[in-house]
Design a protein around this ligand. Sequence first.
Ligand SMILES: Nc1ncnc2c1ncn2[C@@H]1O[C@H](COP(=O)(O)OP(=O)(O)OP(=O)(O)O)[C@@H](O)[C@H]1O
Length: 543
Amino acid sequence: MTLSPLVRFWNLIKPYKKPIRLIYYYAIISGVVNLSLPLGIQAIINYLQTGELTTSWIVLVAFVLIGIAITGKIQINQLRIVEDIQQDIFAKSAFEFAYRIPKIKQINLDKVHAPELVNRFFDVLTIQKGLPKILIDFSMAAFQITFGLILLTFYSSYFIMLGISLILIIYLIFKITGPKGLETSIKESKYKYMLAHWLEEIASNTKTFKVLNKGNLHLEKTDDVNLHYLENREKHFKILIKQFVLFVGFKVWVAAGLLVLGGVLVFNQEMNIGQFVASEIIIIMIINSVEKITRIVETIYDVLTALDKIGHVTDLELDQDNGNGEFEQNTNGVSIELADVSFKYPNQENYVFENLSVKIKPKSKVWLKGNTGKGKSTLLNIIARIQTLDTGTVLFNNRPSEYYSLESLHNQIGFISPNTGLFEGTIEENILMNREVEDKELNTVLSKLFLTDFISKQKDGIKTKVDSRGRRMPKSTIQKIILARYLVNNPSILLLEDPLQFIDETEKKAIIDFIMDEEKSWTVIVIADYLYWADKANQIIKL
Ligand SMILES: Nc1ncnc2c1ncn2[C@@H]1O[C@H](COP(=O)(O)OP(=O)(O)OP(=O)(O)O)[C@@H](O)[C@H]1O
C-alpha cells in the first residue's frame, strides 16, 4: 500500500511532537510579542501628538525594542530545535537506507537498478532544508496572520469580515491548486531521477561511449529525458505562478480593503491617527506573512515530493525471516534437498523449473550444468534463500530452509555470482566483513588462494584500500579476494557461479582441488564451464 505524501509527512514529524510543540509555543509568543511593535508605535504617536517627551514615552520605546529582541531570541531557540530535528532525520535516514537496502526482497531489487535507488537519499537533504521553512517560517506566518486579524477586530468589527474572507481565500487557493501542484511536482521529480539514472548509466559505461560516440546516443537520450523533465517542470511552474497570481490579486484586494476601511474609519473619527498607523502596520505584517506562505508553498511541494521519493525505497518489502532455528556449523556436512520445487519470475509466463526434486548428500561436491537460460543461477539463488520459492521446499539436513533464521543460514553459505564484487574499503574489510576470524584461519585461506604474496607486496598489506568494484586491481586478484570472503569462516555450503574464470590455469586447478576436496565438510554446488570442476565433482546435476 502506498501512503499519501501528507501521511508520510505526518509519520516523519510524529516522533518530534514535543519539540515541534515547543516551536509552536515560541511562534505564539513571537506572534504576540510582535504585536508590541504596532501597539507601541500607536502609543508613541499618541504621546508625540501631545508634544511632550515623557518617561512613559521612553518606557514605550524600550518596550518596543525589548519586543524586537525577544522575538529574535525566540527565533534562535526555534532554529536550535529544528536543527536537532534535521540532524536526527539525516542520521536516521542514513541507517534506514543502510539497514534496508541489503534486506529488500530480491524480486523487488530485480526490477530496479539498486545503486539508483540510493539517489533518493539526496531527498533527505530536501526535507532537511525544507523543515525550518515549514516548521518555523510557516507557523510564525500563520500565527502572525491569526493574531494580527484578532487585533484588528478590536479596532473595528468591519475588519472581522475581511479577516474571515482572508482565511477562506487562502484555504480555497490551497484546496484548488494544492493537489495539482503536488502531482506536477512528483512528475517533475520522476524525470529528474530518470535523468540522474541515465547520466549514471553513461558514467558506468564510459569506455563504450568514449569509443562509440559518433551516433551521440548519450546526448540524444539525455535530450529526450531532459525534454520530459522540462515539460513537467514547466507544468509545475505554471501551478506555482497561478498560485502566486492568486495570492497577489488577493493581496491587492486585502490591502485595498483594509487601507480604505482604515481611511474611512479615520475620516468618520471612529479611529485616531495612532490607531490608524498601528492598524496599517498590522495590515502590512499580515500581508508580508501571506507572501511568506506563498513562497513556502514551493518548499512544501518539494518536501512532500521528497517524502514520496524516499518512500519508493522504504516501501519496498523486505526479506521474510520467521525462522528461529540456528543453522550451526556442522563438520559432518549438510545435506540439501529440493522437493517439488517450482519457480517462475513474476514478469515471465513460463516456469524456470517445475516440480524439480534433487537430493544432495552432506559434503557433496556438485557440478551444476544445463543450457543457457535453464535456470542454473536461479537455482543457486533459491537454495541461498535469496529468491523466495513459489511452491516446493528446500531442505537442509532434512529441515525446511524457513525453519532456520535467515541470518544464521546466510552465515553458513558462501554465495558467489558473477555480480559479486568488491566494495570500497580495505582488503581486510572486503574479506572479513566485520566477522571474527582467527589469523591462522585467515592466513591458510589466503595462502590456498595464492593471495599471500600479493598482499605482502602491498604497502599497507591487508589494510590496503580497494577501489569500488576493485577498479585498479587485476581481475584474478578480485576473484581471489571474493573467494577468500566466503571461505574464511569455513561455511557449510558453497554456491558458486564462475568463481575462477580469470585465474590462470595452474592456480585455478590448485584452488579447485582445495574447494572440491572430498574431505572438506562443505557441500559445494558450482556452475562453471571449466571442465576440471566436473572432473573433481562427485555429483553432476543437469537442468
Ligand atoms: N530477475 C529476473 N527476472 C525475470 N526473469 C529472469 C530473471 N533472472 C533470470 N530470468 C530468466 O529466467 C530464466 C533462467 O535464468 P538463469 O539466469 O537462472 O539461467 P542460467 O541457466 O543461469 O542461464 P546462463 O547460463 O545463461 O546464465 C531465463 O529465461 C532468464 O531470462
